[in-house]
Design a protein around this ligand. Sequence first.
Ligand SMILES: Cc1cc2nc3c(=O)[nH]c(=O)nc-3n(C[C@H](O)[C@H](O)[C@H](O)COP(=O)(O)OP(=O)(O)OC[C@H]3O[C@@H](n4cnc5c(N)ncnc54)[C@H](O)[C@@H]3O)c2cc1C
Ligand code: SF4
Length: 327
Amino acid sequence: MKLFDYVPATTPEAALAAFTPGSNTQFIAGGTNLIDLMKRGVTAPDKLVDINALPLKTVTHGNGRLAIGALVTNSEVADHKLVLQQQPLLAQALNAGASAQLRNMATMGGNMMQRTRCHYFYDTALPCNKREPGTGCGALEGFNRMHAIFGTSNQCIAVHPSDMCIALAALDATVLVTGPKGARTIPFVDFHRLPGDTPQVDNNLQPGELITAVEIPDGPFGTHVHYHKVRDRASYAFALVSVAAALHLEGKTIRGARLAMGGVAHKPWRLTEAEKALIGKTVSEATFRQAAEIAMRGAKGYPFNAFKLRLAPNTIVQSLKTAAGLA
Ligand SMILES: Cc1cc2nc3c(=O)[nH]c(=O)nc-3n(C[C@H](O)[C@H](O)[C@H](O)COP(=O)(O)OP(=O)(O)OC[C@H]3O[C@@H](n4cnc5c(N)ncnc54)[C@H](O)[C@@H]3O)c2cc1C
Ligand code: SF4
């Protein structure tokens, strides 16, 4: 084990001040991903800044948005009455993730920042451009059953593993961050990145920046929502494919739609064209099938994950049917 410094911080300012530019300083929240990565030698921080005592643990509603602190745990968010009232899709997605014990430790910020579950990334004996740029991608020609079908590059075909993030992408959330250059906001759909030529960079957070909160705007998506996760086991398994669906219905007419997919890309995959195709249509399986076909344009399978090319559209249809009350 490599020695590292441990610095507990009690304010965001102290956490930022503890960050040493040019070093591998990392914030630690619930530790459910970071400690695993350290134990396996995937990452070796010089310094851990413990942010658990920071006052970022509130859930509030006002001024047209729900605001959730970066250190609220996944289980607290999923059970919070404001979340259940205002954004039940988020609660459903959170409850589909990990296990009860993990959700009790995992935080909002940590969930966003969790790294891919690609087996090659976790095994330091195998090549992986994300872990060690330039070594190659073991999954490209290897066992790629869990991997992406959208937005891949010849450097990396990993997926982002979060369930929570799929709902946040669908709900037009915004990420609030603070850092050495001050505070800023990042639209959730722009927070995570596609792999391109820099698969080692998961997201657009800059070195030393701290996530402080997530905000979700109010909208007409509090009733007809469904998060559908297809996985190998009923619990404690990452998504093969997941879909966050939200519909704004007037009778049987679709006035608005929000759709995002998980388990298919390096970032939460928002289905904007499919959303547009739903507007003004009447809810029916045929309508949803048509939207799913649009959503699948540009998908590309690999030898072991080509099944996702059928599973994904079927999951979109199932999720929309359940959201609309047709299932
Ligand atoms: C066995 C297992 C099964 C799982 N299954 C699922 C699943 O099905 N679905 C799912 O979505 N997730 C799943 N997870 C992942 C789990 O949700 C994440 O490990 C968890 O959300 C990470 O949160 P944390 O607070 O523990 O982060 P930590 O492990 O503390 O940190 C993770 C990363 O986030 C950074 N970080 C943390 N907080 C901040 C902040 N405020 N600002 C900037 N950076 C920050 C850290 O520096 C670190 O790089 C699973 C995990 C395990 C171990
Ligand atoms: S898919 Fe990405 S994370 Fe997996 S081995 Fe290839 S480069 Fe590494």
